[in-house]
Design a protein around this ligand. Structure first.
Ligand SMILES: Cc1ncc(COP(=O)(O)O)c(C=O)c1O
Length: 415
């Protein structure tokens, strides 16, 4: 397979698909495994080939045990834990998270997940009839549904922009969004890493253009923290919604909303509670009784991962493995890649087209996903975008090259 670079901007054009190598023929070496990174250090059962870290993350055993201890302590004295323990812990939680992701603690509102963070933003904006929201077709379906709901409720026009596949040039990928910005644009919602297609989008140009024009921006960073190195407050977004239970490997129920200092007073959590109109921190810090052990685990997991492997090493390993898997899978399956094979648009996931025949025969992506799970013990999501299906593989430190080769062989045998 040959690729050529047409110019200085790092854009790649695909030429013809060459002869397909067999699965075991190595294209480029996968990265070496990190020490003590095997699946036995994780809560995952080990009976599955787990190529879907991206959906709900996974927890190292040490993180799970820490959360269990926190839960036991909370249950031992619930009133003290909620009334005094949690407020006492908050500064440490926000400082460690802020240091890790480049956010000032005052801008951090803890939530349970990215959906909650995004709903908080959409509910906080006072839309007027005729306003416009722009997002892309590569957005997460639940978020697109929320945007449709908002559009219907407030007579807002929703533009769902297509980003053509394959995306050959990171620099120009978001031009279709830029070209739609106008006087009525009230909000742009943009994924940092797209869910169905696993593309890392370069949002810099778009965010700066929106800022210049006074247009609010919400970055859906559900996959960002832990996958790519972030300095959120310097990105130029109005809001950034992040998950910690995906790539930070925090317990399920740990997410956050970062808000630009200029918008703190106008941004409210989905659940309005005692803290209403007492400031951003007061409003977000108490949203009713809930299991706060996930939030309280954040400083522990950040430190534990750093001490176990180092965040830079985790990100580099996962990116290199995803880049290798991307090339191996596209070549083995004989399909056109969705983005350049140099991995320039990948983080720790890669989406790959299916070999011809499977989609037509099975008709429903969930049928394939369940077949792979139950008949082949492979956990991998089958994503649908328009009328095309993709498998989206994730790479975390516990994954090994042979697992992707097993997937390739399994898919080839299904043809
Ligand atoms: C891009 C994107 N946004 C938002 C979400 C929602 O995350 P959660 O279910 O944790 O709220 C996801 C979940 O996978 C996602 O991939």
């Amino acid at each position: 397979m040959k690729f050529k670079s047409p110019g200085p901007r790092g854009c790649f054009l695909q030429t013809a698909l060459g002869t397909l190598p067999s699965v075991s023929q190595s294209i480029k070496s996968p990265p070496s495994e990190l020490p003590n990174s095997g699946i036995d250090h994780w809560m995952l059962s080990g009976e599955l080939t787990y190529l879907n870290h991206g959906s709900f993350g996974a927890r190292p055993k040490a993180v799970h045990e820490h959360q269990e201890q926190l839960r036991a302590a909370i249950e031992g004295s619930p009133v003290h834990a909620m009334d005094e323990g949690m407020p006492m812990q908050m500064p440490d939680i926000k400082t460690s998270l802020g240091t890790f992701l480049g956010m000032e603690p005052a801008g951090i509102g803890l939530v349970q997940n990215a959906s909650e963070a995004i709903c908080s933003v959409l509910r906080s904006i006072q839309f007027e009839s005729g306003d416009e929201i722009i997002c892309t077709r590569h957005g997460y379906n639940a978020v697109l549904q929320l945007l449709r709901y908002v559009a219907n409720r407030h007579e807002v026009t929703l533009h769902v922009v297509d980003l053509e596949l394959p995306v050959l040039c990171p620099d120009t990928a978001l031009e279709p969004v830029l070209s739609l910005l106008g006087d009525r644009t009230r909000l742009v919602v943009i994924d940092q890493i797209t869910s169905p297609t696993a593309l890392v989008l370069d949002t810099r140009n778009l965010l700066s253009e929106c800022r210049k024009r006074g247009i609010d921006t919400l970055v859906d960073g559900a996959h960002g923290p832990g996958m790519i190195d972030l300095d959120i407050s310097s990105m130029g977004a109005t809001w950034y919604a992040g998950n910690l239970h995906k790539w930070v490997c925090a317990p399920i129920g740990a997410g956050f909303l970062w808000t630009d200092p200029s918008r703190l007073d106008q941004t409210h959590p989905v659940i309005i509670s005692h803290g209403y109109e007492e400031g951003y921190a007061q409003e977000f810090d108490w949203q009713g009784t809930r299991d706060m052990s996930s939030w309280r685990s954040i400083p522990f997991v950040l430190k534990w991962m750093e001490e176990a492997w180092g965040w830079d090493a985790v990100r580099a390993h996962n990116h290199d493995l995803a880049t290798w898997a991307h090339e191996m899978l596209t070549t083995s399956l004989g399909v056109e890649p969705l983005s350049p094979l140099d991995g320039g648009m990948l983080g720790s996931m890669a989406a790959v087209r299916l070999p011809p025949g499977i989609q037509e025969r099975l008709g429903d992506p969930l049928v394939l996903q369940k077949m792979l799970r139950h008949e082949n013990q492979i956990e991998v999501p089958v994503m649908e975008l328009g009328d095309e299906w993709f498998i989206r593989v994730s790479s975390q430190v516990y994954n090994r090259p042979g697992e992707y080769e097993l997937l390739a062989n399994t898919l080839l045998a299904m043809q």
